[in-house]
Design a protein around this ligand. Sequence first.
Ligand code: GLU
Length: 294
Amino acid sequence: MYIRQAKWAALAATAVLALSACGNAGEEDKNPVNNAVEKNAASKFEDGTPMKALAEAGKIKIGVKYDQPGLGFKKAGDGIPVGFDVEMGKLIAAKLGIKADDVEWVETISDNREPFLQKGTVDLVIASYSITPERRQVVGQAGPYYVTGQQLLVKKGSDIKSVADVKGKEVCSVTGSTSLDQVKAKGAKTRGFETYSQCRDQVLDGAIGAMTTDGSILLGYAAENPDELEVVGDPFSTENYGIGYAKDKPELCQFVSKTIKGAQDDGDWAKAFEATLGKSGVETPAPPAMDACA
Ligand code: GLU
């Protein structure tokens, strides 16, 4: 765990500069991985499994973020969202014989990820969704497929330089995220918004001193406003991103984990990273080992 975190710290420092130099991190390659759609996919799954049902229907609903450059991003009027999380979704859909165009991409915010899975609003959530024991009580989470850590985004020149400076200061994040509780524990006065872009706007306006969440998310926002915003301090948590599925469909864990592992092994995971989060030449991390399914 420590090695993962230290690695992320080094990566984050490089990434701020690299992404800033390169401009808008939302402008990813629209099709970085040549997702060969599995032929006769339905015949490859056992009867009665959720994979068989999805492959037979030729449809899947995947919840992703729409306002997180590099991970899940979609402007009004755009087609398929773009980002690393979206690429993971496309890889999974392809194995079910479903083209990216036929995926129903659904916008999720941090606070509705569990209810969306529980109610069947979506089949999968791939949305900067940290694996936690509490979440695994109510939904399934396969992974981790990516590891990051919580940091701070501030206006350039801010007196907040690291998490040691947040005590007594107003810091925003989103409700339903791991980030709010973690920064509260550091003594900050927390403000929770529905989306990260709302929180970012408060920081840009100077109304709130800092925004906090995963470095992978903050880097995208910093890259959009390199003259005004910067990511500061070392990561102060380890966030292991998982792919959420409904608890009553445990078969999805093996299938999703095997698909992501296959992409890690054949280089598609790295290609997806390079074209999204790593767009500006940030070194591609070694893919994390996936947890065993229960
Ligand atoms: N990864 C953290 C979480 O799942 C923060 C990012 C987010 O809110 O999506 O809560």
